[in-house]
Design a protein around this ligand. Structure first.
Ligand code: SF4
Ligand code: SF4
Length: 308
């Protein structure tokens, strides 16, 4: 076995030990196939008010411009599929990824540990960790590394566990053995396109971010346009519809990360309790949660929008 293969195998087994679902590795190089796609998406204003998407165009497509001397992109998946959902079927809904502790913290710690193990085993290796950070096209890297394919709903999908997981990367200055992409298994299915409450999947594989409920409920700072009134299918933070209907998510299995478990109240609060939520309850239920991103006022706005 050559050294690159040996190191890659070591990194993958360490990733498993740290609780990642899977790990795939690609050569750090310009993402040629993604460049025209990203350009078209931005030119069509599908990023709405997410101005940060326009920044660092070159860096986003080329990890060697992002991390000095980078040689490899290590992509990692971490499962967040919960064992339980919100109890009241009429309660405003929260995307499953935001049930527990903010994933940025949980994953950053794991990535740091992975880099440390690599340094202890292999020697002087430098790198940077990325978790859902704007400069890295994480789905494209994960697909290039054979962890899944990008489905018509624009999520990364796997035949084994569907799509309810976070994607993170470690970009390092060490040459490794690289993985091959897998084939697309969406076939003739259009379940996600048909089910999207706001018709945000404008064509297969293209999500207009500026029409997506996740964008309206999390990213948009201004008022939600009235033209979308009654279309949010009770989502108050994010939206899981295009994942919930995806047949590959039949194979999702509950995560085993205690930090991703929600505060019990999050699951038991009724529609009325959500409508009457106070700052105090918000701070308690969403302590350390990614939902804090909207702040209390943002979540109130979203809940009120569902009532109008
Ligand atoms: S997250 Fe919801 S609104 Fe956005 S594309 Fe998927 S189904 Fe549509
Ligand atoms: S719902 Fe169907 S078309 Fe959409 S991502 Fe899943 S398999 Fe692909």
């Amino acid at each position: 076995m050559n050294l690159k293969t040996k190191y890659s195998q070591f990194i993958k087994s360490e990733a498993k030990r740290l609780g990642f679902l899977s790990c795939g590795i690609s050569k750090a190089e310009f993402l040629e196939e993604e460049a025209p796609r990203l350009e078209k998406w931005l030119n069509n204003n599908m990023h709405g008010e997410m101005q940060y998407m326009e920044n660092h165009f070159d860096k986003r497509l080329d990890p060697t411009k992002l991390v000095d001397d980078s040689k490899s992109v290590i992509s990692l998946l971490l499962n967040y599929f919960p064992s339980e959902n919100q109890k009241d079927p009429d309660a405003p809904k929260i995307s499953k990824y935001a049930y527990g502790t903010d994933y940025h913290f949980v994953i950053k710690d794991k990535l740091k540990e992975l880099l440390q193990s690599i340094q202890e085993e292999i020697g002087e290796v430098h790198g940077r960790a990325f978790v859902d950070s704007a400069p890295v096209l994480d789905k494209a890297w994960a697909a290039k590394s054979g962890l899944g394919w990008i489905g018509k709903n624009s999520n990364l999908l796997t035949q084994q566990v569907g799509s309810f997981y976070f994607i993170a990367e470690l970009i390092i200055d060490l040459d490794l053995a690289y993985d091959m992409p897998v084939t697309d298994h969406c076939g003739t299915c259009t379940a996600c396109i048909d089910a999207c409450p706001t018709q945000a999947i404008v064509e297969p594989y293209v999500v207009d971010g500026s029409k997506c409920i996740s964008y309206f409920t999390i990213e948009l700072k201004a008022e939600i346009p009235n033209s979308y009134s009654g279309q949010f299918d009770d989502w108050m933070f994010g939206c899981d519809v295009c994942q919930d209907v995806c047949p590959w998510n039949r194979f999702s299995k509950p995560h085993n990360e205690p930090l991703f478990n929600p505060k019990p109240e999050l699951l038991t609060m009724s529609k009325k309790e959500w409508q009457e939520i106070t700052q105090e309850v918000f701070s308690r239920v969403f302590q350390k949660s990614a939902v804090k991103r909207t702040k209390f006022s943002g979540l109130k706005r979203n809940i009120k929008f569902l009532e109008d």
